[in-house]
Every structure is written in C-alpha cells, then in structure tokens.
Design a binder for this molecule. Sequence first.
Ligand SMILES: Cc1cc2nc3c(=O)[nH]c(=O)nc-3n(C[C@H](O)[C@H](O)[C@H](O)COP(=O)(O)OP(=O)(O)OC[C@H]3O[C@@H](n4cnc5c(N)ncnc54)[C@H](O)[C@@H]3O)c2cc1C
Length: 369
Amino acid sequence: MTKVKNLIVGAGFSGAVLAHKIATELNEKVLIIDVKSHIGGNCYDYWDKNGICVHQYGTHIFHTNLKEVWDYISQFTKWYPYMHQVKGYIDGQEVPIPFNLNSIHQIFPKPMADQLEQKLIAKFGFNVKVPILKLRGTGDKDLEFLANYIYEKVFLHYTLKQWGMKPEDLNPAVTGRVPVYISRDNRYFQDSYQGIPMEGYTNVIKKMLAHPNIQVKLNTKFEQQQFTYDRLFYTGPIDEFFGYELGKLPYRSLRFDFVEFEKSYFQSNSVINYPNNYDFTRIGEYKYFLDNQSDKTVISFEYPEMFEEGKNERYYPIVKDENQELYSRYLEKANALKNTYFLGRLGDYKYYDMDKAIARALELFRRIQ
Ligand SMILES: Cc1cc2nc3c(=O)[nH]c(=O)nc-3n(C[C@H](O)[C@H](O)[C@H](O)COP(=O)(O)OP(=O)(O)OC[C@H]3O[C@@H](n4cnc5c(N)ncnc54)[C@H](O)[C@@H]3O)c2cc1C
C-alpha cells in the first residue's frame, strides 16, 4: 500500500496542471501515475530519426482566447507562431475548410461564385460564420443550393465516417451548425493565441512535472486498494473508476497509420480532409507544425473506429442524450465521494481542447485551494 498526500491519476495536461500547482503553490507532495509508458496523455509527441516532431495521437494545434491559459503554459515553452489551416479534398480541389469565400471561388465558375458572394454579403454581412441551416431558411434558391452543396460535400460523408452514423442520429442540433464563413480568412481557428510549443508538447509537460515535490510513476494503472491518499484527482475514465457498474460510456476512437516517404513533402498542407473519398477522414503531415527541415516526411492516415478496450484508445465521447444521462449518474456517485475529484476529457466525459482542459484544471485548483 502506497501512502501519498495527493494522488493524481493521468499525466496528460489535466493531471500535469494540478501536479504543478499543488507542488509549487501548496508546497505539497504529489504522486502522479499513468498507465502509459510516457507522460503527456493524448498530446504526447516525440522527435523521430529524421528530426520531425510526430504527434503520436493525432495532430495537435494549441489555440485559445483564454489569456490566463496562454500565459500559464508560456512559462514552460516558447511558441512557434503557427496558424492552422485545413484543406478539404472536394470535387478534385483542395479548398479551405470551413468553407469560405475562397472555397466558393475555387469550386464554382466565376459568375456563379461572384453571385453567391454578393448574395451572402448582402444578406449576412462580411466576416461572419453562418450556419447552413440559416442559408436554407432564406428562401433564396442559390443560397439553398450552396447550403446543400456544403452539407453533402463537406459534412455528410465526413460525419458518416467520423461517427459511424448519420448526423441526425448523432444529435439533431449538430447538422445545422456547419458554417459557411463569409470571409477570405483561411485559418481554421480565429483565436487570439495560436501556436505549437517549440520543443513539443511532451517537453512542456516534462517541465511542468519537474519539481522536487512531484514523483511520476509510469506503466502504473490505478488500483484503489494499492493507495491511500488525502486527495485523489482522477483524469481517467469515470466509468472505469466505478467498475462500469452502471454500464460503459461509449467513445469513438481512431487508428493512425503512419507512413514515411523519401521526399520532402507529401501534401500541400499540414492537414487535408477527405470527406468523400477513401475510408480515412484525413491525412496529417507532421513536419509542417514546426517547419522541420528534412528530405523525408511522415504522414498519418486517420481511420475512425469504435473504441474497444485493449484494442485502441478512447478519443471522442459520443454526444448523445442517453450517454449524457449515463454520465450524469456516474457524476452523482462521484460527487458523493470525499476528497476525490474527477476532471479531464475522460473524467468529465467531455471533449476538451487542450486550453479548455487546462482551464478546467486551473479552476479546480482554485476551488481546492
Ligand atoms: C485526435 C485528437 C486530436 C486533437 N487535436 C487537438 C488540437 O488540435 N487542439 C487541441 O487543443 N486539442 C486537441 N485534442 C484534445 C486534447 O488531446 C485534449 O484536450 C487533452 O489530451 C486533454 O488532456 P487530459 O489530461 O484531460 O486527457 P489525456 O491526455 O487523455 O490524459 C489522461 C491520461 O490518463 C491516463 N489514464 C487513464 N486511465 C488511467 C488509469 N486507470 N490509471 C492510470 N492512468 C490512466 C491515460 O493514459 C492518459 O495519459 C485532440 C484530441 C484528439 C483525440
């Protein structure tokens, strides 16, 4: 039996923020364990033999409007000022995603593109994201055509692959939210702060955990009977913590097929989506993120699949009412426990971008303080 003051399960961003805050501001001892053989959770990256920084669990781009989060993480890294763009392979062209005025001009003949642009600006103004549901409601045949085109070519088949179900079956609200961006801004995010840590995400987390009060134990799965603690912070799956006694919370997973090529670049952009071709959803090319120079390149094909214990990783909670209800019942049990806190994308059964996971951990720290 190991006795500790603070036990943290999971060495991803959520666990690392708490470990760092407790160690530095409360001056208390922390043991942080992870079942994996490395720190960093899903944000784990490493330098391969060609000097390319590869994100093992898929492309990760840091972006936030939360200045507090940006300033906090900036203690541990300098940033490569990277602004993410995504292209979609649509009707034989690589066009900006979300679909914007540049996409319209790339896909449609000029007179048609000009007319769509004029109508969009006249109706909605410039530099706004308009859900396609709104376009459908305008009563204008051209805008309705555009809405249907975007739905079919950008959204529908991508969603079928990504989630293995029709958009309507997933959550009725999701369908109409797909935007057309009335802008020439090709960036995927408009957040004030965007970048890639200059030495990678793993090194950020390594620095966060480099404190005499913090002990890290890898290859260690949480077993309740092996530890006594004053406080437990659990960033693993909440249903697993309770032995799945109410049932399993479903997740969507991904398979990454990594391939190295003997050439400088494989594609024209870091991420290209394939909504309508192939079984994979997208291809990521890693050297773009930090502009790593090499005459070789590494890419990953991303194949969505259902999460199965022992086969793959939990990635995306599946947004459905019945899953949310099951989670609420686990949350009730969690709230009844003393000195035990659940957080992170697995503990909260919620998709968080990195900045939101960090903000959630900072907020929890303020609460326990
Ligand atoms: C494919 C993909 C792409 C993404 N891209 C982006 C992006 O571009 N930008 C962005 O901001 N966010 C992105 N994210 C989200 C980002 O990965 C998360 O915000 C982040 O990983 C959350 O950190 P976390 O600590 O909550 O969870 P995790 O990183 O999953 O860490 C949880 C840790 O707990 C460990 N653990 C679980 N159970 C146990 C147990 N029983 N015992 C011991 N250890 C355990 C796990 O091994 C894991 O290391 C992406 C996510 C995915 C899936």
